[in-house]
Design a protein around this ligand. Structure first.
Ligand SMILES: NC(=O)c1ccc[n+]([C@@H]2O[C@H](COP(=O)([O-])OP(=O)(O)OC[C@H]3O[C@@H](n4cnc5c(N)ncnc54)[C@H](O)[C@@H]3O)[C@@H](O)[C@H]2O)c1
Length: 270
């Protein structure tokens, strides 16, 4: 999808950070933008800013972890415009830093409710309607480079949620009809309010620069949407380590195709 003029774009967590920078870009390209998040004051501010630049922008208060809120958001968007062309599943939260063994079910649940079920709620509410709508549409799931590799200890809850998100995006890509494109965005550090105002977040890529990097990939309908070059190296280290394990302990052998799960699944599931 290259032309966003008059397209309808819904962005969760869109009042701040990456979501707002994406709203700026979609708006500048002529899209109608709906921002959805929990804090009405921040939504109002963001919409006022977009409107002052001539963008048709509006908002809905929405907690993405509540499926009723996300259903209501979809109903609002379709009532207003009769269609939605792009959903940016962007709302997310960090976890509280802790070692996995010292963590708790509640800590995992809290993060999964937003980062995993929040995106699923979007996929359920918007994906079904987009399939029925039958016109070219796009679901962009904002993940993280932490969905590709684990940068450090203490990020287990957040990393697990982003790995889960990547698995959901990868599966969706195989399942949705061609007219509903899925993209998964893997930001590295980007300046935003994520995790509070820390030295680390201040050192991130400015959000507008980040959007400049990902924009051509969105236009080109890429599935993996990337931005921070070092993520390739760290992801590559994991891939190499795994390849080494296979070479050493489970190399190919004559007749091993009988254990090829992907091939077997294609024969039985289709
Ligand atoms: N900033 C980074 O360095 C970075 C890196 C990798 C991935 N990400 C991802 O980017 C996305 C956007 O984060 P950001 O960096 O712009 O931070 P941000 O804090 O500015 O934006 C996140 C937005 O999500 C909203 N939100 C949180 N929980 C919500 C809920 N339950 N319902 C609705 N809205 C909710 C917040 O209010 C906020 O507006 C997140 O998914 C995050 O995991 C950020």
């Amino acid at each position: 999808m290259k032309d966003f003029k008059d397209k309808v774009v819904v962005i969760t967590g869109g009042a701040t950070g990456i979501g707002k920078a994406m709203a700026d870009r979609f708006g500048a390209e002529g899209a109608h933008v709906i921002l959805a998040a929990r804090r009405e004051d921040r939504l109002r501010e963001a919409v006022a800013d977009l409107t002052s630049r001539g963008v048709d922008a509006r908002y809905q208060v929405c907690d993405v972890s509540a499926s009723a809120d996300v259903d209501a958001l979809a109903a609002y968007a379709w009532d207003e415009f009769g269609r939605v062309d792009v959903l940016v599943n962007n709302a997310g939260r960090p976890g509280v830093p802790a070692r996995v063994v010292e963590s708790s079910p509640e800590a995992f649940e809290e993060v999964f409710r937003v980062n995993v079920f929040g995106q699923l709620n979007g996929i359920w509410a918007f994906g079904t309607r987009m399939v029925e709508q039958g016109t070219p549409a796009m679901i962009l799931n904002v993940n993280s480079e932490v969905g590709l590799y684990i940068p450090s200890p203490m990020v287990g809850t957040y990393a697990a949620s982003k790995y889960a998100g990547r698995a959901i995006s990868e599966t969706l890509r195989l399942e949705l009809p061609e007219h509903v494109h899925v993209g998964v965005i893997y930001p590295g550090l980007v300046q935003s309010e994520f995790g509070g105002d820390t030295q680390m977040t201040r050192a991130g890529m400015p959000a507008a620069e980040f959007v400049d990097v990902i924009w051509p990939q969105i236009e080109n309908g890429e599935f993996h949407i990337v931005s921070h070059p070092w993520a390739k190296d760290y992801f590559g280290e994991t891939a190499q380590e795994l390849a080494h394990a296979f070479d050493r302990y489970a190399p190919h052998f004559d007749g091993d195709n009988k254990y090829d799960s992907k091939w077997l699944a294609s024969q039985t599931i289709g």
